[in-house]
Write a protein that binds this ligand. Structure first.
Ligand code: 5AD
Ligand code: SF4
Length: 483
């Protein structure tokens, strides 16, 4: 980060913007700084921003990049969206209800904009990659200032300058990209852990999923760039990284010198000072024996695997284009549990996919009972325009879906409470993440298997890994004692 500041300061903004990235963005960051400074002086207080993130870890990481740019420009964070001068929604569109929430929040912001002449609204993320959404915004939400997508998030500073220099709504959406821009500022939410993108996009085209259309084709980052980023993070106090990708198991296939995800993990493992490695998301069809072997032997890879099953019915899995059967999934789980006996498994499940019969649903329940997940995210199927499943026959009536969803949730929760408790009485390392929300004498730590434990401690422990005796299981978390 300090390096970047030096580059920005040395930028000459009297001439044309450089053509190459990231220098071009350094130029716009410096330029935007002047605008923000003069407005702040005019109104006698700093300009503030609030970034709200919807959706997944990938978006959370993108938001850190947005915050990095905003802080470099001179904006100050304001947690209350109602009070901020610049409100940014980093959107998700994986299910329809996420979209509705964004429109609702935008409606509320209209009032604030009328009252505050300096206020700006920015929209970005997956939802903006849908042409119908942008059309709707152009017609019904004229007061939005900046709209951009998932492929050109690195241009944020440039778009802000464009907005400052014109009175128009600035819209910049790309259909796809093969570009990855390195070395941009980012502001981490936690000092001791960080997400690290290892790849972008998805090539799987599961038939219900809009992600391949809004995040584009799979692109892997160069391993050298990933390692360098993690080394810098470690030098800056980070002890845990979460490697992020829509489908991390197919990492490296399209690199100039192809490399497997398992090989990348082994390289990351060598980084001195790094204590814990997590990753998500794993597609079952691409999870290799090589990876299982690496997990078995690793000292740093956490004992947690998120392995979305989506459905337990081979018939439905075929329609979902998941490219594995119920039996293959269960066999994979068996192999993983054999290699890493104390691993915690979590999953995603969709209920009510078109054509799902009661028998299909019972197959899903059967997988849940056999695997015994530590936790499962359960979703009601949401029809996404443009995906193959949206035009499939036999969409399931709401009441049937709701009934199945409730039954599934109950099963998942019962099992989860039992599975979580099996560690009671053991002592395990926990990374202390925060003070406890409800009791200021307690801190909250995360175990390797991703469960939380609360125990006596103070702020000085935050960011440290300490051994904790897990005294009592409370269903989804533990009460413990530092040893
Ligand atoms: N409807 C419901 N859930 C979906 N997911 C993805 N697309 C849809 C959809 N159209 C779920 C999947 C995925 C998770 C991130 O979101 O379970 O793993
Ligand atoms: Fe969507 Fe399937 Fe890609 Fe996951 S793997 S992002 S569910 S298309």
């Amino acid at each position: 980060m300090r390096e970047i500041e030096k580059y920005i300061e040395n930028m000459d903004i009297t001439g044309e913007a450089p053509v190459n990235e990231p220098e071009r963005q350094y130029y716009f960051i410096k330029k935007a700084r002047d605008y923000v400074k003069s407005t702040s002086e005019e109104i006698g207080r700093p300009l503030t921003f609030c970034v709200t993130t919807f959706g997944c870890q990938m978006n959370a990481r993108d938001s850190e990049k947005l915050v990095g740019v905003l802080e470099k420009i001179g904006y100050v964070e304001e947690p209350d969206e109602e009070k901020a001068d610049f409100v940014i929604f980093n959107t998700c569109t994986v299910r329809e209800n996420a979209n509705m929430r964004v429109y609702g929040r935008l409606g509320q912001l209209k009032r604030n904009k009328k009252a505050n002449p300096h206020m700006m609204i920015g929209l970005c993320g997956c939802m903006m990659q849908e042409p119908e959404v942008v059309e709707k915004l152009k017609k019904q939400y004229r007061y939005v200032d900046i709209i951009f997508g998932t492929h050109n998030i690195y241009k944020f500073a440039e778009l802000i300058v464009t907005r400052f220099e014109s009175e128009r709504m600035v819209i910049d959406i790309w259909k796809d990209t093969d570009k990855i821009v390195e070395d941009l500022p980012s502001e981490r939410k936690f000092s001791f852990k960080s997400g690290v993108n290892i790849m972008f996009g998805c090539n799987n085209f599961c038939s219900y999923c809009i992600v391949p259309y809004v995040r584009g084709r799979e692109r892997s980052r160069n391993p050298k760039d990933i390692i360098r980023e993690i080394e810098n993070l470690v030098a800056d106090g980070v002890v845990e990284v979460m490697l992020l990708g829509q489908n991390v198991n197919s990492y490296g296939k399209n690199l100039e010198e192809p490399m497997t995800f398992a090989q990348l993990l082994q390289e990351i493992e060598k980084i001195e000072g790094l204590e814990r490695i997590r990753f998500m998301t794993s597609h079952p069809k691409d999870l290799s024996d090589e990876l299982i072997e690496v997990m078995r032997n690793s000292k740093k890879i956490c004992k947690h695997l998120h392995l979305p099953v989506q459905s337990g019915s081979t018939e439905i899995l075929k329609k979902m284009n998941r490219r594995y059967t119920k039996e293959q999934y269960l066999e994979l789980v068996r192999k993983i549990k054999e290699a890493v006996p104390d691993i915690s498994l979590t999953t995603d499940i969709i209920v009510g996919f078109p054509g799902e019969t009661e028998e299909d649903f019972l197959e899903t329940m059967d997988v849940v009972k056999q695997v015994r997940y530590d936790s499962a995210f359960t979703f009601i199927y949401s029809k996404r325009t443009g995906t193959p499943a949206a035009v499939m026959e036999n969409q399931i009536p709401d009441d049937v879906v709701k009934d199945r969803f409730d039954r599934l949730l109950k099963e998942v929760q019962t099992i989860s409470a039992e599975v979580c408790c099996i560690h009671e009485g053991t002592t395990q390392p926990a990374l202390v993440e925060s003070m406890n929300d409800h009791d200021e004498t307690l801190v909250t730590g995360r175990l390797s298997n991703n469960l939380l434990v609360h125990f006596k401690g103070d702020e000085s422990l935050i960011g440290k890994i300490v051994d904790v005796h897990l005294k009592e299981c409370k269903g989804f978390y533990y009460l413990g004692e530092m040893v």
